[in-house]
Design a protein around this ligand. Structure first.
Ligand code: C5P
Length: 224
């Protein structure tokens, strides 16, 4: 069977990661969360370098930045490691969410992470989600999806996810974080979030999770 690259891009918090994970599982593909990579880079800079605006700090920080994914057979999940430490929980706290779009707009950081993502997807058989996967990382991806959902729905879902992990965050704060990330992500100069012309648009506001996964899997099977 023909292996393909599936690129899933879209706004913050519209369910890209859980959808991409389920699509990958269904097809027996590897799931790669590029947002987690930008989040891990952000945690690295927050912990080690005070000023993200200082180009020397960025060069230094990139030299000591090591991101890797490991499959955990117990949970059946792909986990992210930053310099040898498992950081899945820490990268999804508001401390990181509030800084990630600023860090992700820095061209030197994007070019390093895009190169890593291209290496990770080179053998195909991957579902990769993010903001610029279909436009920059894999412009030749065989299937491109652009996911959307209305802002309130996204904020409510994100609030429930954070609560599950023990972080109680007011809805207002989440709304502000999502809309500000959308704004910064869509207007940055390098790799902005855009819907490319050949992407299949999936609006998840009024369809179930099972339906959105099925829609993408069906499209993929038509190509494979
Ligand atoms: O996907 P997630 O919401 O975890 O991504 C966190 C942030 O990482 C985004 O708001 C965006 O600033 C950045 N990002 C990016 N390019 C990607 C994936 C994520 O700039 N391909």
């Amino acid at each position: 069977m023909n292996k393909i690259v599936i690129a899933i891009d879209g706004y913050s918090g519209c369910g890209k990661s859980s959808t991409a994970k389920a699509v990958a599982k269904d097809l027996g593909y590897t799931y790669i969360d590029t947002g987690a990579m930008y989040r891990a880079a952000t945690l690295h800079f927050l912990n080690n370098y005070l000023s993200s605006a200082n180009p020397n700090d960025i060069a230094k920080g990139l030299k000591t930045l090591e991101i890797s994914f490991h499959f955990n057979p117990e949970t059946q999940l792909q986990e992210i490691y930053l310099n040898g430490l498992h950081v899945d929980d820490e990268i999804r706290t508001m401390r990181v969410s509030n800084k990630v779009s600023e860090i992700a707009a820095i061209p030197a950081i994007r070019s390093e992470l895009v190169a890593q993502q291209q290496r990770l997807g080179k053998k195909k058989g991957v579902v990769m989600d993010g903001r610029d996967v279909g436009s920059v990382v894999f412009p030749d991806a065989e299937l491109k999806v652009f996911m959307t959902a209305d802002l309130n729905t996204r904020a409510e879902r994100r609030q429930a996810e954070l609560l599950e992990k023990g972080e109680l965050v007011p809805l207002e704060e989440i709304l502000e974080n999502l809309s500000s990330r959308d704004r910064v992500d869509s207007t940055r100069e390098v790799g902005p979030l855009i819907k490319v012309a050949d992407a299949l648009e999936v609006d998840t506001s009024n369809i179930t999770f099972v339906e959105q996964v099925a829609q993408i899997v069906q499209k993929a099977r038509e190509i494979i």
